[in-house]
Design a binder for this molecule. Structure first.
Ligand SMILES: Nc1nc2c(c(=O)[nH]1)N(C=O)[C@@H](CNc1ccc(C(=O)N[C@@H](CCC(=O)O)C(=O)O)cc1)CN2
Ligand SMILES: Nc1ncnc2c1ncn2[C@@H]1O[C@H](COP(=O)(O)OP(=O)(O)OP(=O)(O)O)[C@@H](O)[C@H]1O
Length: 203
């Protein structure tokens, strides 16, 4: 082991540790967490007022979005889910999602809506974007799967291009870390929801 770790190695090690933590959760933990986060989310005025919301299709031990997406659909919200951009590497597109959506697995085996240009929902149309987290800290710094997909998605928001958009990170309690090391491209979140609480970080 070298005495001095590179920042990338440190990040990778922390990512693995945080992934391990959520892998230790039971089926019951996962189910309860999804329900509790859904309740917190639906209690927010920003969500109640939103007409169009970006979610994610949760897999494995990610914070389950099933309960939240089902409730939001029942409330007639327009929903959109991420799709890996077919030629703009590292970028996401958001495609509308309803009970008729056909899903196809992407390169990471995550189901995504079948690509159809007519179903693209521009980021500017979303009022809320649910962001999947691997880890977070008490300052709102986030860590994802390591592809930089959400960093790229959020960079325009950070630059003020989407003033009507509220990104909200979703995570299990155990995904909180003492300190998430950040790089220049990392975008801290204004809000994170865990089963325990709603964290507000802006102002
Ligand atoms: N549900 C969900 N959808 C999402 C994301 C996410 O984090 N969760 N993404 C957020 O960016 C994008 C996909 N990003 C990903 C980036 C890297 C890997 C990846 O490296 N997977 C490894 C397995 C890693 C592990 O399980 O620990 C692999 O396939 O080998 C997966 C997804 C878009 N859709
Ligand atoms: N705005 C950006 N423009 C160009 N490259 C970027 C940008 N944001 C991140 N990247 C690249 O993406 C890679 C992964 O970033 P990082 O480790 O922060 O991922 P992450 O935040 O865990 O993943 P995600 O954003 O998908 O949840 C970095 O190596 C970085 O070079």
């Amino acid at each position: 082991m070298p005495a001095q770790q590179s920042p990338q190695n440190e990040r990778q090690q922390l990512r693995r540790e945080l992934q391990q933590r959520r892998l230790a959760l039971s089926e019951l933990d996962l189910e309860r967490a999804g329900q509790q986060v859904s309740e917190h989310l639906l209690s927010l005025p920003q969500v109640q007022q939103a007409t169009t919301i970006g979610g994610y299709f949760s897999v494995k031990n990610e914070l389950a979005t099933g309960p939240a997406l089902a409730s939001l659909l029942a409330q007639q919200k327009q929903l959109a889910l991420p799709v890996l951009h077919p030629f703009c590497k590292g970028h996401l597109l958001f495609l509308s999602y309803d009970n008729n959506t056909r899903f196809v697995p992407n390169r990471y085996q995550i189901p995504e809506p079948e690509l159809n240009c007519q179903h693209i929902v521009p980021l500017a149309q979303l009022q809320v974007l649910l962001v999947p987290l691997v880890g977070f800290d008490a300052k709102g710094n986030r860590m994802g799967m390591g592809g930089g997909f959400y960093d790229r998605t959020l960079s325009g928001w950070q630059q003020g291009r989407y003033p009507n958009l509220l990104p909200i990170g979703l995570a299990h309690n155990v995904q909180q870390a003492e300190h998430i090391p950040t790089e220049g491209w990392d975008v801290p979140l204004p809000m994170i929801i865990t089963p325990y609480k709603i964290w507000h970080f802006s102002d």
